[in-house]
Design a protein around this ligand. Sequence first.
Ligand code: ADP
Length: 492
Amino acid sequence: MSATQSPSALKVLFLTPEVTPVAKTGGLGDVAGGLPPALAALGLDVRVVMPLYGDIDRAAHGLEDIGLSFAVPVGGLNHQCRVWRGDLNGCPLYLLGNDTLFQRDGLYGDVYGDFGDNLIRFVFLCRGAFELARALDWPASVVHAHDWQAALAMAYLAAAPFDLGPLAKAKGVLTLHNLAFQGIYPRSEFQATGLPPYMDSIDTAEFWGNISLLKAGLMTAAAITTVSPSYAREIQEPELGMGMDGVLRHRAAHLHGILNGVDYGLWSPEADRHLPAAYSADNLGGKAACRNELLKTFGLEPPDQGGMVLGFIGRLAHQKGVDLIAEAAQEMAAQGHRLALLGTGDAGLESRLSHLAETLPGKLGLKLTFSEKLAHLLQAGSDVMLMPSRFEPCGLNQMYALRYGTPPLVRATGGLKDTVEPCDPERNTGDGFVFSIHSSQAMLAELERAAGVFAQPRAWRELQARAMARDFSWTASAQRYASLFKEICKDG
Ligand code: ADP
């Protein structure tokens, strides 16, 4: 318990498949790293539970085996769980270990795709969280679950298919970080979920002839949240509802959009250990050194040539609109811009970008890797951050980019629409560039506007100052989660 918490503090078991900095594949990890400490700062007692993946560096993250173990029943078998513990900025972090299920490289899959036993692995996580609460005798009032991997915990709370122990009275809140991932398995595997047979139906887990762990969670959670107000609306429509829009309309009264926050302890150019030079809104000098370092690292032509350095960081997935960047790359290079791209993912997109890097030497630099250090360097060293997403539940990179004085150029969707205000240099307003139609032409047209402002150093500096002044720190969002938790607990 931190100094601000009283014994009567609202207890929240935060159940997540990833947590920055211990194990991360994307934005969910950053949220799970930032939100619990922000809730704790408001006086809540938050304990975070995640799997002990095999590739976690236990020593580097100060994790300790606490000598606690218990059996976790999954699909008629008992899986042994060994508990490790760490600290997440004052919040206890519990890691549930089982070598057979987690002692391998990768969180959810490898080069061959998703792991074949993911259903068992994440039933283990959800069921294991209840066994952990029992072993610790810790009566949380709220189980806050994240994405499909943790969604079954909601259905366990609703149906009590086993003795829930100290969590018997807990309420479930499910946060949806990306509806594209739904935890879908053949119906024949329903029994492994541990849910009662009546939940193998359209009212809970059944989804177009399969089962969906996410749907089971959405149908049973006391409250559902997603990570921006716009995305909360968009997923109730067929276009972005990914087949789940009917479910979400059905639960609309319990669905809330709460924007993600930023952990400025990790993402601030004033104190970023990954950068060759620090800088701030008052003194942008160090940004040039970061830009030079970026150009060198990505094998791009030296700085003295006018055009902009365009950055991209992210999963190479259809969602992120990387294909638009690939389509427009020749034209961008012809206009004198240089591209620095960082990402891993879809093999087709990886090879398309590799081919472009070969065709555009010095103009398009590509790193097909996951590197925290390079991500920070890109935020600081780029002039503009590209995010042409087809959909974007919240998006963190644009919020980081704003703080680094790197105006984002985004498509108006989801959280991108909610966080980036279109620049109007005439009226001295806005902090980024926004286009609506998802096409490379629309993106290029917006890029031309950005280049127009970039060509006026004073207007650009003012734009950077407005961007860097935006504040997305976690406090306001954490307050909204805390109010929601209190509200649902009031209902008895
Ligand atoms: P999503 O969760 O959909 O992947 P977000 O924008 O919400 O997208 O969050 C992405 C997070 O993952 C950011 O912190 C970003 O810096 C990080 N990230 C994505 N790809 C990489 C990569 N290849 N190397 C380093 N960090 C990455």
